[in-house]
Design a protein around this ligand. Structure first.
Ligand code: IMP
Ligand code: MG
Length: 180
């Protein structure tokens, strides 16, 4: 695998698609076990979570539903801390077992705000599945329930994650090369 370049920055291969696929299977098995006897409702947080959500949802081999919500908090390589709900939720989640699917939990502000909003709608349970988690960047009191990979506080792209809208279609996750 080769380095890639976007906006004059260099990114190095970090998590290969095969590793992601294997981890997705493990997470799906755990979710299936935890949700036994229920029909969970997955909420995919657009835009970034869509490749992970597509894979995870198909790997969860049980009756389940999926819907989508669109949020945005990042500009360039820093979280703005202001979460814009671009497309809201249309489903009734009252008494449902809800699993939010995120691409990454960084400062945790996005998920913290979303959790507070969704809790008001009285779901039976509310869990978070995230492909990536940067524990060192966390400033909110949130703990993702299903984590693909814990990663250091460095900017990553690919597999849904973007740099100002590009690079989401890379099949693997790449990390910013420091001092490049
Ligand atoms: P948080 O609110 O700081 O947790 O940020 C969450 C959102 O910021 C994610 O859903 C991503 O869209 C974006 N984000 C955070 N870290 C990265 C990164 O390393 N690369 C690309 N996007 C990121
Ligand atoms: Mg996102």
């Amino acid at each position: 695998m080769k380095e890639v370049h976007y906006n004059g920055l260099t990114f190095v291969p970090y998590i290969e698609k095969e590793r992601i696929a294997a981890r997705v299977k493990e997470l799906a098995a755990q979710i299936k076990k935890d949700c036994e006897g229920t029909v969970p409702l997955f909420i995919c947080v657009l835009n970034g979570a869509f490749p992970f959500a597509a894979d995870l949802f198909r790997a969860v081999d049980m009756d389940a539903e999926i819907t989508f919500i669109r949020l945005k908090s990042y500009e360039g390589m820093a979280s703005t801390g202001v979460i814009k709900e671009v497309v809201g939720l249309s489903e009734d989640i009252k008494d449902r077992n809800v699993i939010i699917i995120e691409d990454i939990v960084d400062t945790g502000k996005t998920i913290h705000n979303l959790l507070a909003d969704l809790k008001k709608k009285e779901p039976a349970s509310l869990k978070i599945a995230t492909l990536l988690f940067k524990p060192e960047a966390l400033v909110c009191d949130v703990k993702p329930d299903y984590v693909g990979f814990e990663i250091p506080k460095k900017f990553v792209i690919g597999f849904g994650l973007d740099l100002d809208g590009i690079a989401r279609n890379l099949e693997d996750v790449y990390q910013l090369k420091e001092n490049a």
